[in-house]
Design a protein around this ligand. Structure first.
Ligand code: TXA
Ligand code: MG
Length: 319
């Protein structure tokens, strides 16, 4: 790991590292972010591995401007109005992603929505330009620790797990962005943050309703958000064989015989590769004629813990 000042050489190198799938920590006006190419599933999986998160939660994707955001997702008139009022700046909008947006499924934890933000910090903007990709970036701290507002905090927490830390000094807000769900007619406050509620209500000319938070402070319980993206087919976990009518979600090289549809999360048994493939694989196997998906055992270490958490939620009894 190297902490580098935010000069043109470091930024060009950081852009290359990101395009190669590496992690780069960078300053935003709120807190330091742990950035990865949002179009690269392996790179996004690397974020969860570096943070040591026991579950996958949807991440915020950073883009240079509203035009780039509209290439990724659908903006309702009210969402566009909010974006025009507060971007660039510490506001994140949850919007419905386009099917062909080219982002990894893991970045939004398999949801059809996506959280987007246009950062105001000049270094964040320069990095987005250097990378030429949308950047997924949660706060650059280990899971369960407070968000970093200086490069030195990132080095303490994640120093051995990132390719580069760009030092842009102390962040201005020191508090994460405000998150709004802008999909419906009534805008919903999902996380309070650096843009105060009053400023948003002044722009809307209406009051905000408070929605269920799904952040890492309040992990989403099974049956809440999680149930919305369970596949239609039932899941049978820790399967060592395949029954008639079942598809197989395999892991590793020792795969049982089956004539049914099969996908392997990682023939090499690589948990990062498996995490990157997980949501797309569930979607792909959840097809007509498949009654259940038999899922081979996934080891419970590293990203395996988060993969198994997600699989257990998807396998939980449905209402
Ligand atoms: O200030 C910030 O927003 C910082 C800097 C680095 O930009 N980023 C940040 O990201 O705080 P993160 O990944 O820690 O926050 C992600 C949170 C999730 O925990 C969840 O609450 C919400 O954003 N979120 C993301 N995608 C969502 C979605 N599709 N639907 C609902 N909530 C979503
Ligand atoms: Mg965080």
């Amino acid at each position: 790991m190297t902490v580098r000042p935010a000069d043109p050489m470091a930024l060009a190198e950081a852009g290359r590292l990101l395009r190669d799938g590496a992690l780069v920590a960078f300053p935003t006006e709120t807190v330091y972010g742990l950035g990865a190419d949002a179009t690269n599933g392996r790179a996004v999986a690397g974020i969860f591995a570096a943070k040591g998160r026991p579950h996958f939660n949807p991440l915020i994707v950073h883009v240079p401007d509203l035009a780039a955001a509209e290439r990724i997702a659908h903006f309702t008139p009210v969402a566009r109005h909010l974006a025009q009022a507060f971007w660039p700046g510490p506001l994140t909008l949850v919007v419905e992603r386009h099917a062909e947006a080219g982002l990894s499924d893991l970045v939004s934890a398999g949801l059809s929505s996506i959280a987007l933000r246009v950062p105001a910090h000049p270094v964040a903007q320069q990095l987005l330009a250097a990378a030429g990709r949308p950047l997924a970036a949660p706060s650059a701290n280990r899971s369960g620790r407070v968000s970093p507002t200086r490069a030195a905090h990132v080095a303490e927490d994640l120093g051995d797990r990132v390719a580069m830390i760009i030092d842009g000094g102390a962040t201005a807000h020191g508090l994460e962005s405000t998150i709004l769900d802008g999909r419906g007619e009534a805008v919903v406050l999902l996380r309070s943050g650096a843009v105060p509620r009053e400023a948003i209500e002044a722009i809307l000319g209406a009051s905000l309703t408070r929605g269920p938070a799904s952040d890492d402070v309040h992990p989403t319980a099974p049956g809440q958000l999680a149930s919305h993206y369970a596949p239609n087919a039932l899941l049978r976990l820790n399967a060592r064989d395949v029954q008639p009518g079942e598809a197989l979600l395999a892991f590793g090289s020792d795969v049982p015989d089956t004539a049914g549809p099969t996908l392997n999360l990682s023939a090499e048994g690589d948990l990062i590769e498996a995490a990157a493939a997980l949501f797309a694989a569930l979607r792909e196997l959840d097809r007509p004629g498949v009654n259940a998906i038999a899922v081979m055992p996934i080891p419970e270490h590293g990203l395996g813990e988060a993969i198994n958490d997600r699989l257990r939620r998807a396998a939980a009894p449905r209402p």
